[in-house]
Write a protein of this length. Structure first.
Length: 65
């Protein structure tokens, strides 16, 4: 299995602002992963601190079948 996280970064934000926002997203979702079975097909939208959807995480199978 693979854990995938994709987050759209704001091109207009400074590197410091981007790092702060991405750190917040990683802490929040990392802390909530225990609510999921973490099986292929699991996933959820990722929101920034303004509650805007900025990405998604998902669990995908690596089986060749």
């Amino acid at each position: 299995m693979k854990f995938r996280l994709e987050v759209d970064m704001d091109d207009a934000a400074s590197a410091e602002e981007s790092a702060r926002e991405l750190g917040r997203i990683l802490r929040y979702w990392g802390g909530n992963l225990h609510h999921y079975a973490l099986r292929p097909g699991d996933g959820s939208a990722v929101h920034d601190s303004g509650y805007r959807e900025v990405g998604r995480w998902s669990i995908v199978s690596t089986d060749a079948a």
